[in-house]
Design a protein around this ligand. Structure first.
Ligand SMILES: Cc1cc2nc3c(=O)[nH]c(=O)nc-3n(C[C@H](O)[C@H](O)[C@H](O)COP(=O)(O)OP(=O)(O)OC[C@H]3O[C@@H](n4cnc5c(N)ncnc54)[C@H](O)[C@@H]3O)c2cc1C
Length: 430
């Protein structure tokens, strides 16, 4: 852990795309502390394979809007969807400004790929490591900023609530176990999703919905905790740990799903929840614990050039995608619900913001359209950074009772229980 002061202008919990993008959009005069529970480069943002959506000119607006709404079962917040789509070209420009490279044709124009639920190709990519390309540049940029301090292996256990609203966070140095307060004029919760609470998930195991647990404890509004997205195609394995994702864009480029007899059984380009339902029904019918993904139609060149990581991983597991189909199974992947926020990432508590997978701004409705989440994380983080400028300096610095957080395992277990109970309660209301 680096040196942490007791007072900052902004405290950011999480160094994924959301946390970093917020830091980079704050004025350089603002003193910013970013903390992360693990190493700074171990976030789901680094794992994103498929890509990031971008509006391809005004003529594409209606189509992009409709695709997002249809995937979300029309439960999306329309204003949020409009904001994300309209802002996408400027956000991509900002990323390119940080040095992010997206695939381009010989003329230097962006190349676009397609994933399930999209009516046309509008996804920018960098091989099958788009998230790493984007987030490593954001992290490198943040490390050059003198106003930003990044502390790894430091977790947020709680927020500090007072008369002014949120006054900062209760933090813990994971190595020493020391628990201490950090006061900040504004705080951003960007602790990612909830995959660590599931046995089978594509997420890093340390992403356990910690900000949600805090929100539930503190009576901060949350929304749709039952809206969990299952990804249809993760590499089947009986080993414990994170499940390896086989991006939807592999199907976008022609890969097909096969049953136990080698027959196709669904439309591979439907939204995720539909394909997941079809796979589960087929597994039940066949009495199997996986189905097969045949990537041979994609062709050797595209497999090697566009999907080198997926190609290599399948081979490591003993399946050569050029020769045989690979076994795939659905697994938890993304969380559409979260801490409820407005169009600027404001939560129900003054001075407390949330962005990225931790937050629910309504953009995804009931089901996220592929490659909308990096974009959404970045845009709401940027909006939150701008909105933070409207808060004056804290006037009160409530003390914390460090001893009350001593049993962290019990705290997290209790939070996980609350999250599950709330999700079950919401599911019965729907
Ligand atoms: C395998 C995979 C592939 C994906 N592919 C795509 C894709 O192609 N396109 C797309 O748009 N989206 C994709 N996604 C989704 C997307 O990557 C995430 O939704 C997005 O990156 C979330 O960003 P974030 O900043 O909110 O969270 P994350 O990037 O997950 O970052 C969370 C951060 O919070 C930290 N943290 C957690 N708890 C605490 C705590 N208590 N205290 C302090 N820090 C904490 C973590 O260490 C981490 O730094 C994919 C996701 C996965 C898992």
């Amino acid at each position: 852990m680096g040196h942490i002061e007791e007072r900052y202008d902004v405290l950011i919990a999480g160094t994924g795309a959301a946390g970093l993008c917020c830091a980079l959009n704050l004025p350089r005069t603002a003193r910013v502390l970013l903390i992360t529970k693990d190493a700074a480069d171990r976030s789901d943002s680094f794992l994103a394979q498929g890509g990031i959506c971008m509006l391809r000119g005004e003529a594409d607006f209606a189509g992009y809007f409709e695709d997002t709404m249809r995937a979300g079962h029309y439960e999306n917040d329309e204003a949020a969807v409009r904001q994300m789509i309209a802002r996408s070209p400027a956000m991509i420009e900002e990323l390119v400004g940080y040095g992010v490279r997206f695939a381009r044709d010989e003329g230097g124009n962006f190349r676009f790929t397609r994933e399930g639920g999209h009516s046309r190709p509008r996804i920018l990519f960098h091989g099958d490591e788009t998230g790493k390309e984007i987030t490593s540049h954001l992290l490198a940029e943040a490390r050059t900023r003198e106003n930003c301090t990044i502390c790894e292996y430091t977790e947020i256990l709680d927020i500090i609530a007072g008369q002014d609203g949120c006054c900062g966070g209760v933090l813990r140095d994971i190595a020493s176990g020391e628990i201490f307060p950090v006061y900040a004029d504004c705080t951003l919760l960007a602790t990612g999703g909830v995959g660590g609470l599931f046995q089978n998930s594509t997420n890093y195991r340390h992403l356990t919905g910690d900000a949600l647990g805090i929100a539930l404890r503190r009576g901060i509004e949350v929304e749709h905790l039952d809206y969990v997205q299952i990804h249809p195609t993760t590499l089947f394995s009986s080993k414990p740990g994170r499940r390896f994702l086989i991006s939807e864009s592999v199907r976008g480029e022609g890969a097909v799903l096969l049953d136990k007899d080698g027959e196709r059984f669904c439309n591979e380009l439907m939204p995720r929840d539909v394909v997941t339902g079809d796979i589960r029904a087929q597994m039940q019918k066949d009495g199997t614990d996986h189905v097969w993904l045949d990537m041979r139609p994609v062709g050797e060149r595209t497999l090697r050039e566009h999907f080198p990581t997926i190609f290599a991983r399948c081979r490591e597991e003993g399946y050569d995608p050029l020769k045989v189909p690979v076994p795939v199974v659905p697994a938890q992947h993304y969380f559409m619900g979260g801490v409820k926020v407005d169009l600027d990432g404001r939560t129900s508590m003054p001075r407390l913001f949330a962005a990225g997978e931790t937050a629910c701004n309504g953009v995804h409705g009931k089901n996220r359209l592929a490659s909308n989440s990096l974009l959404e994380s970045l845009i709401w983080a940027e909006r939150a950074a701008k909105a933070m400028a409207y808060f004056d300096q804290l006037k009160t610095f409530p003390p914390i009772d460090a001893a009350s957080y001593a049993d962290v395992a019990a705290l997290r277990a209790e939070d996980a229980k609350h999250i599950r109970e709330e999700a079950e309660r919401e599911a019965t209301i729907d």
